[in-house]
Design a protein around this ligand. Structure first.
Ligand SMILES: CC(C)(COP(=O)(O)OP(=O)(O)OC[C@H]1O[C@@H](n2cnc3c(N)ncnc32)[C@H](O)[C@@H]1OP(=O)(O)O)[C@@H](O)C(=O)NCCC(=O)NCCS
Length: 236
């Protein structure tokens, strides 16, 4: 069913598909077959006279696979950096359990309690996003021995209401800081911003957060220092 939806999203010229009859059988453990067979199907395409810009858009923006790409941390650890998915919630809970008070304070400007950070209500909003309004990238490591996955860091770009601008937020797990991941996540968010035609990206950084200021400056942000906050901005 997922692949079928991908087909429809990838091929905007498809106007309608009719699969009939569709034979659904039991799962076959020998062939590991899914047990769904299309016995007959009919695909109708849009009128060839139609121009591409007149083709209907999907009501919900599909998962942005163009932002999925591998990367290697400075110490050689391979990760995949990709947009967040709703099913990441359990991994996000584990990620939050590892964070130091310092990292939480630097990210949220106050000590947001673990129970609040991992509440299901909050994580649904964080993991189940409208990719048109915001983009959250996660860096995921999969242990080749156990097959278990771990989220090592996050980068988030949230569009500001009524402006063609976005604010970024970064959070790298304490164990994985200072290995280049923060810089890589932010440079990918900049690329997302360019691809999405944003005109400016900004963030508020605590004055004592020298790492974040360093990463921002390295990637071309201007830093405007005030007494209680450092504003980072870049025009795209
Ligand atoms: C800020 C943060 C995202 C950076 O991620 P990271 O993976 O550690 O970043 P990188 O390894 O890519 O780069 C860190 C840079 O800071 C530099 N740095 C580290 N400590 C520093 C210090 N005390 N003063 C100045 N620079 C420092 C490092 O040398 C490195 O720069 P370099 O690549 O030129 O050597 C990460 O530390 C973090 O998640 N912190 C807690 C949450 C937070 O602060 N979020 C930002 C809120 S917007």
């Amino acid at each position: 069913m997922v692949r079928f939806s991908q087909l429809v999203v990838e091929q905007p010229w498809i106007k309608e598909i009719d699969i009939n009859p569709l034979l659904a059988t039991r799962h076959n453990p020998q062939t590991k077959g899914s047990g769904l067979i299309a016995l007959d199907a009919r695909v109708v395409l849009h009128d060839p006279e139609l121009t591409v810009d007149k083709l209907p858009m999907p009501a919900i923006r599909p998962y942005p696979t163009q932002y999925v790409a591998p990367w290697t941390m400075k110490d050689g650890m391979p990760v995949i950096i990709r947009p967040i998915r709703p099913e990441d919630e359990p991994l996000v809970v584990k990620f939050h359990e590892t964070l130091s008070d310092r990292s939480v304070y630097f990210r949220y400007f106050h000590l947001l309690k673990l129970s609040r950070r991992v509440s299901h209500e909050r994580l649904t909003r964080i993991c189940f996003i409208d990719y048109d309004r915001e983009m959250a990238l996660v860096a995921e490591y999969t242990n080749p021995q156990t097959g278990e996955s771990e989220i090592l860091g996050f980068g988030r770009l949230s569009k500001l209401h009524g402006a063609n601008e976005a604010e970024f937020g970064l959070l790298v797990g304490d164990k994985y800081q200072h290995r280049g991941l923060g810089t890589e996540l932010l440079s990918r968010l900049l690329q997302v911003g360019r691809d999405e035609n944003l005109s400016r990206i900004c963030a508020d950084i605590l004055p004592e957060n020298l790492e974040m200021q360093r990463v921002s400056e390295k990637l071309g942000f201007r830093l405007l220092r005030a007494a209680d906050v450092v504003k980072a901005e870049i025009d795209l």
